[in-house]
Design a protein around this ligand. Structure first.
Ligand code: SF4
Length: 477
């Protein structure tokens, strides 16, 4: 169904199931009432949904917290076990099954935490987990090791340690508040966090990752938005996986956030049997952009307990991007991303558009299969920018320069852990004829590259510290 959000549709309300027909409007639209009436028992769910034996098994197992707001439950088709809303929040027996490569902390977040709840994975940004609560709980949750345990939530002392770490780490310019769901915090606690972060001079951008607009859109009220406006720039990423979650209520919440000057993005997860379809994804992104929400990431499902049956082959994600790129507006195409196991971080994945290359020419194909060459300049001078480049402050990325350090001539290689030891193969001393470590120093790489415009010959004979030594210091070992 193609929906264009008319004024009438936006003014309408999601129909309420009979069990809540008697609830006065002011209660139904009160987020506190919604939170206090969440469904979490077999008996409550059976009043609303015709549960399958496998769902009964999943609910009884209590592997991961179960809570569903009445609002979100009202989007469930009670007679369709394959309903995309229902599959995201109603447990199934199969979520108990272990699978190859399943890992409790698949992204090794805890290994990248200098203080509890703060993950510093990338050079200039951190993730700050501020609560273990959510408005409802997704069965594929990456953080099910923490989320849903209301007794293990983060304390004021944890917040102090997180903020102190950010304060003494000037390379951090972007802080993502996550959890759990930060918008389940009280206004007072959330404002205190935003104010303290905004007080740190090097924090430029604050982001909030939240599924509250989807599970509990009535929480996006004037008080919340007026408070957030005081701490701009604040960006918000919501989490919608299927067009069935897009309702007049969610639309109103997104419009009021956008009107409050909050740039909005959407992070969805590719879920088997829910949104692993080019056509569903196309409808989803078209409806998101109508709400002024830019599709940001489409994540490959992580290898965490409970998520085994939600996973798709990576080729399905690539097929979906093939069906979006060129077929719709560029800003409506999310970045398909795998958060690689073991803490490698987000890796963008997609179709190959560059088919071949030679000096002076690249061969490209477009979304229709049209193949053409792009002719490159033969007189390109990469040093012409150096004058302007010298006027820009370079941000240091200690130890995380990655491939860029190879391209910029700071290093000649990045070595896997144990590389040098392996290739010494037990050697304890150098041969008397080859003890000179300078023989491994590549000319013009690393420190020497800074003098590229100077007298290279003098440098070679000057006995400068060999670059290879420095590379040993900064290699990946
Ligand atoms: S809202 Fe986010 S943190 Fe909460 S259960 Fe869902 S995926 Fe996990």
């Amino acid at each position: 169904m193609i929906r264009k959000f008319s004024r009438e549709w936006k003014a309408s309300r999601t129909p309420r199931p009979a069990i809540w027909a008697h609830v006065p409007d002011e209660q139904w639209h009160d987020w506190r009432w919604q939170l206090s009436r969440r469904l979490n028992t077999l008996e409550e769910l059976q009043q609303l949904i015709r549960l399958t034996p496998e769902e009964v098994e999943g609910i009884a197992a209590r592997r991961f917290r179960l809570d569903i707001t009445p609002y979100f439950a009202s989007l469930i088709d009670p007679d369709d076990p394959l309903c995309p809303v229902r599959q995201q929040v109603i447990p199934k027996g199969r979520e108990l099954a272990a699978f190859t490569a399943m890992t409790v902390d698949a992204l090794a977040e805890d290994a990248h935490s200098p203080v509890p709840g703060l993950v510093h994975r990338y050079p200039d940004r951190v993730l700050m987990m501020v609560t273990t609560h959510c408005a409802s709980y997704c069965r594929y949750c990456t953080r099910s090791r923490l989320v849903g345990d209301l007794h293990a939530t983060f304390s004021p002392q944890d917040y102090d340690a997180q903020i102190e770490y950010i304060r003494r780490t000037p390379q951090v310019r972007d802080v993502l508040l996550s959890g759990g769901d930060p918008l389940t915090l009280s206004l007072r606690v959330l404002e205190d966090l935003l104010a303290r972060l905004r007080d740190i001079p090097h924090v430029e951008v604050i982001r909030i990752g939240t599924r509250v607009p989807v599970f509990l859109p009535m929480r996006i009220d004037d008080a919340l938005l007026q408070m957030i406006r005081r701490y701009h720039p604040v960006w918000i990423n919501i989490h919608v996986n299927h067009p069935r979650e897009i309702t007049p209520e969610l639309c109103a919440a997104c419009e009021s956030m956008a009107d409050a000057g909050i740039p909005l993005g959407n992070q969805s997860v590719l879920l088997a049997g829910i949104n692993d379809s080019v056509h569903i994804q196309r409808q989803l992104v078209h409806e998101l952009v109508q709400m002024r929400v830019r599709p940001y990431y489409l994540y490959q499902c992580d290898l965490v307990p409970g998520a085994g049956h939600f996973r798709t082959p990576v080729s399905k994600g690539i097929e979906i991007i093939e069906g979006l790129r060129g077929h719709t507006s560029g800003f409506a195409v999310p970045q398909y991303t795998i958060d690689v196991p073991g803490g490698g971080g987000k890796v963008p994945v997609g179709p190959n558009y560059l088919l071949a290359q030679s000096p002076g020419r690249v061969v490209l194909r477009n979304f229709e299969g049209y193949i053409a060459t792009y002719t490159e300049p033969l007189d390109y001078d990469p040093t012409r920018i150096q004058h302007l480049e010298a006027q820009v402050t370079r941000r240091p990325e200690p130890g995380q320069e990655g491939l860029l350090s190879l391209l910029e001539g700071d290093r000649i290689a990045i070595k896997p852990q144990g590389f040098d030891a392996l290739h010494r193969r037990g050697r304890t001393s150098e041969h008397r004829l080859s003890a000179n470590a300078d023989k491994w120093q590549p000319y013009g790489i690393g420190e020497a590259a800074n003098d590229r415009e100077g007298n290279g010959a003098d440098e070679i004979s000057s006995g400068k510290k060999p670059t290879s030594d420095r590379q040993q210091d900064t290699s990946n070992e």
